[in-house]
Structures are given as structure tokens and as C-alpha cells.
Design a protein around this ligand. Structure first.
Ligand code: MG
Length: 379
């Protein structure tokens, strides 16, 4: 009889160290858990079961999964611990399932090849676990961080997921129910030998924001575009590119109405696949009344950073009939480069008039456009 596989994907963690829900963290625009499920499906797993946070987790994750073609994944409310979440999923496995591959929702970089190799070993030996041999020296420390022992690393492995098991072995291991960091520990403790399968260095578990950097993505780039226009009125300061410009009128808006920062922020979000500033900083939210748009740009840069992207270059155009902006361009470039985290030379600001044409030519407003290039990585 051939094996019928199901995947159990624990995704109910609190993401404390990440500072946001890592399961939904966009990796070049694709939520982490969607990448994880895609890899499982590519490895040939048809039954997908995702353990989500009890309070509203199934609504949020369910909507995201449906959006990305995984509406048939079965969502199960998780427990207090990872082990409890896996146990709840295992209890709900469909009748015909003979084998289970457990894979952390927060390990989106595992390749279908690794998953398939672990499944093959699990089918052959009953239990298998992706792991990497420890290559670094090991030390145990005291409370002050001083070495008190240096265990030999020979024969030591760092466990990853996927981990693959015969269903009955996994069920009985969870029924015995001890606290354990992973399922291989539980199954091994129940007396069944677990085969170690060489894992992948890139198969990290998303824990810290820097883990969102895609594996081997040193050359990946993304381009974003942004544009904005604001009306010129009496009695408002004129702020462009974070620089206060002496002028008889200023731009009307809920924030400081810095049209250049807004265009740049939209370009950064666009390149990172994160929507637009209106979604992240609603214009009717009183928290942003009079907001410093340079600070909004900084927050957008941080959102991109959390998604694994950093700005490499920006090119901007301001269209203003008056005032003459050339004397302020250098200060704008300095301010913007400081927030984007790039050298000043990589941030270009051009200013032009509207040649007297249309509303901008009649000095009814000022417009800005920006193109941003992001590179993968958080360095
Ligand atoms: Mg605006």
C-alpha cells in the first residue's frame, strides 16, 4: 500500500522576537506561510493542515491562504505550545492519511527537494528529521557569559523541519505527551529511531527581522514607483523632501503634506510589495495630524527592511512652478539619504516647473514622482 501524506504546519507562534506576525511576513511580496505551503505542495503533499493562533488566527491566516490559492488548507486552532499545536492537528488528520510531514510555518526557505528527501526517509524508516551537523565549536556559559564547559561537537546535529513520520508513531508519541522542542525528540523518546537527513543552511526558522532576507538573494532587486500631489494654500509651511522652504504658501494635507516624501514612501512600499502609505498611515487617523513625513518615510523603509529589502537608489522629480527649488535640492538629498540609509550620491532630486501649463502651472499645487530601487538583504 502506498503512503498517503498530510502536512502539519505549526503556525501559532507569538513572533515576540520578530516584533510582528512572522507567519504573514512578506518575503518579496509573498507571505511566509504561503511560501512554506507552496514548497510542501511542490513536494507532492496534497493534504495541508495549518495550526493557527486561537484568537482570530484562522480568520486572518485563512483569508491570506485563500488569496494565494490555498483555500483548501485545513486550519486548526493551536495550543499553548508548539507541541500542543501539532498534537491538535494530528488528532484531526483525515482517516486515510498514513504518513505525516511536520514543517514549521516559519521555515519558508526549505526546498521541495529537501521536503521530498525527508519524506522518502520517513517512508523508508518510519521517522526522519532534517538536520545539519554542528560545525562550530560549542561552549556552555555561566550566568555572566563566561565559558564553563566546551562539549565536543562530534555527532551533534542541529534539528530543522521538515520531519516526517509514520502516522501511528507520531500519534503515539504525542499521546505520551512530554514537553519537547520538536517531534523528532518525542518520537525518539518513545523508542523509535529517527533517521537524520542532511538539511539546508538556508532553511532557517524566521526568528529575528534579519531572517526575512531571502536565501541566496544577494542579487535580487525590486523597483517601485510613487507619485503624489498636494494643493498650495495660504498659511501653511512648505516642506519638501524633509526641508522647510521659506515661501508665502505651503501644501495642504493632514500631515505636513511633504509631497516628495509621500511619493518616495509609496515607491519604497510599492517595490517591497507592501501596498501604499494610505494603508499603513490612514489619512483620517488623528495620530498622523501634522505628522513629519520624513518620519513616515523612515517607517516605510523599516517595513521594507522587515520584508527583507533595503533601499539602494532613488530618483525623484518635483514639479513646482514656484518657488525656485534648486538652492534646496542638496539639503533634500541629505535628509532623504539619511532616512533611506543610502549614500547621498544614490539619492537624486530634480526640480522642474510645469511650463505654466495646467493646475501646477497656475501654482495651485506641487507634485512629486519617485522611483526607488531596493536590494534584497538588510545590511
Ligand atoms: Mg500625500
Amino acid at each position: 500500500m502506498s503512503a498517503t501524506w498530510a502536512a502539519v504546519v505549526p503556525a501559532a507562534g507569538s513572533s515576540r522576537r520578530m516584533g510582528r506576525d512572522k507567519i504573514l511576513a512578506p518575503l518579496q511580496g509573498v507571505p511566509a506561510v504561503v511560501r512554506t505551503l507552496s514548497a510542501l505542495r511542490s513536494a507532492g503533499v496534497r493534504h495541508l493542515m495549518v495550526g493557527v493562533r486561537p484568537a482570530g488566527g484562522s480568520d486572518v491566516v485563512g483569508a491570506v491562504l485563500a488569496d494565494h490559492g490555498f483555500g483548501d488548507a485545513c486550519l486548526v486552532e493551536g495550543g499553548e505550545t508548539r507541541a500542543a499545536t501539532v498534537a491538535r492537528c494530528v488528532e484531526r488528520l483525515a482517516r486515510g492519511v498514513t504518513h505525516v510531514v511536520v514543517h514549521d510555518g516559519a521555515r519558508p526557505f526549505a526546498t521541495p527537494d529537501l521536503i521530498a528527501r525527508v519524506m522518502a526517509a520517513g517512508e523508508a524508516d518510519g521517522a526522519a528529521c532534517a538536520a545539519l551537523p554542528v560545525v562550530d565549536a560549542l561552549h556552555r556559559s555561566d550566568a555572566e557569559g563566561r565559558i564553563v564547559a566546551s562539549p565536543a561537537r562530534e555527532g551533534l546535529w542541529r534539528a530543522q523541519t521538515p520531519q516526517a513520520f509514520r502516522r501511528d508513531l507520531l500519534e503515539s508519541a504525542h499521546r505520551r505527551g512530554a514537553a519537547a522542542a520538536d517531534d523528532a525528540t518525542l518520537v525518539a523518546a518513545s523508542g523509535w529511531p529517527v533517521r537524520l537527513v542532511r538539511g539546508e543552511e538556508a532553511n532557517v526558522k524566521l526568528t529575528f527581522p534579519e531572517d526575512l532576507r531571502p536565501a541566496g538573494a544577494g542579487t535580487a532587486t525590486a523597483v517601485g514607483f510613487g507619485a503624489d500631489v498636494h494643493r498650495l494654500v495660504e498659511g501653511r509651511p512648505l516642506v519638501l523632501g524633509g526641508v522647510r522652504i521659506p515661501w508665502e504658501r505651503g501644501l495642504l494635507g493632514h500631515s505636513d503634506a511633504d509631497v516628495l516624501c509621500h511619493a518616495l514612501a509609496d515607491a519604497v512600499l510599492g517595490a517591497a510589495g507592501l501596498g501604499d502609505i494610505g494603508q499603513h498611515f490612514p489619512p483620517d487617523d488623528p495620530a498622523y495630524a501634522g505628522a513629519d513625513s520624513l518620519e513616515l518615510l523612515r517607517r516605510c523603509r523599516e517595513l521594507a527592511y522587515e520584508a527583507g529589502w533595503r533601499p539602494l537608489q532613488a530618483d525623484c522629480l518635483i514639479t513646482a512652478q514656484r518657488p525656485r527649488l534648486a538652492p534646496h535640492v542638496s539639503a533634500m538629498r541629505q535628509a532623504l539619504a539619511g532616512v533611506l540609509g543610502t549614500p547621498v550620491a544614490r539619492v537624486n532630486v530634480k526640480a522642474g516647473t510645469a511650463e505654466g501649463l495646467g493646475a501646477l502651472g497656475r501654482e495651485e499645487g506641487i507634485a512629486a514622482q519617485a522611483v526607488v530601487l531596493l536590494g534584497a538583504g538588510s545590511a
